[in-house]
Design a protein around this ligand. Structure first.
Ligand code: PGA
Length: 256
């Protein structure tokens, strides 16, 4: 396998510090995780970031934040910089999730500024792109995600653009009431995302799929050639859910 297959979860605005610690303890006790052919990651809320990073420091599981600010420091009350995220021991940062685009007015230009800040702080950005329910059509969706992905990488030298991970997360597939994309639909859009940024990154980017991933669809999604990882919400909010998905997916991606 040329590159690892990614599997991880964002906890959104869930979990106290003690709940986070219990989650980490379960992962640490699962000794087989370290040998699975997967790059695992967990994105806790800021309040648990440092503790989760410390708890998982001796495991191969990457830890990241769910957002960061675009400025290095300064008068931005209530915000958290990329440098502060890195200072917590995190190595990843999720940017541009559809909930942030919808509820916090995040634009493609703002997400691009955050990508630059994250890279400057040495973090790996994980940028979410995806079409809305109104754009749910292979052609319309391809246009939207190409714009979002190209804007996210705008102004980066190819070596930096190549460090950015992308996640295809159709808005209509996410969360309660979401309907997972079919593997074929996700594969087609993910292929178009890769083509859209090839010239900017100088290589085919890593593109994860997210949106109602669950034990019933994870294997079929993981087997698609353009799907390089799975980004899971609800189905991995309990550690047993992440562990079950990891074992299930590892068994099918070995040799992909
Ligand atoms: P979900 O969330 O798996 O609960 O649909 C996915 C996401 O928001 O990344």
């Amino acid at each position: 396998m040329a590159r690892p297959f990614w599997l991880g979860t964002g906890w959104k605005m869930n979990k106290t510090r003690s709940e986070a610690a219990a989650y980490c303890a379960t992962l640490e006790a699962a000794s087989d995780l370290a040998v699975l052919p997967l790059q695992l990651f967990v994105l806790p809320p800021f309040t648990a970031l440092a503790e989760v990073a410390a708890a998982l420091a001796d495991t191969p599981i990457m830890v990241g934040a769910q957002n960061c600010h675009w400025a290095e420091a300064g008068a931005w009350t209530g915000e958290i910089s990329a440098g502060q995220v890195a200072d917590c021991g995190a190595t990843l940062v999720e940017l541009g999730h559809s909930e942030r685009r919808a509820h916090f007015g995040e634009t493609d230009a703002l997400i691009n500024a955050k990508v630059k800040a994250a890279l400057s702080a040495g973090l790996t950005p994980l940028v979410c792109v995806g079409e809305t329910a109104e754009e749910r059509d292979l052609d319309a969706a391809a246009v939207t995600v190409a714009r979002q992905a190209r804007m996210a990488l705008s102004g980066l030298v190819p070596a930096d653009a190549a460090r950015v991970l992308l996640a295809y997360e159709p808005v209509w597939a996410i969360g309660d009431g979401g309907e997972p994309a079919t593997p074929a639909y996700a594969n087609a859009i993910q292929g178009s995302i890769k083509n859209a940024v090839l010239d900017l990154a100088g290589q085919s980017p890593t593109v994860l799929y997210g949106g109602s991933v669950n034990p019933g669809n994870a294997e079929a999604l993981a087997l698609e050639p353009e799907i390089d990882g799975l980004f899971v919400g609800r189905a991995a909010w309990q550690p047993a859910g992440l562990l079950a998905l990891a074992r299930q997916v590892a068994a099918v991606v070995e040799g992909k």
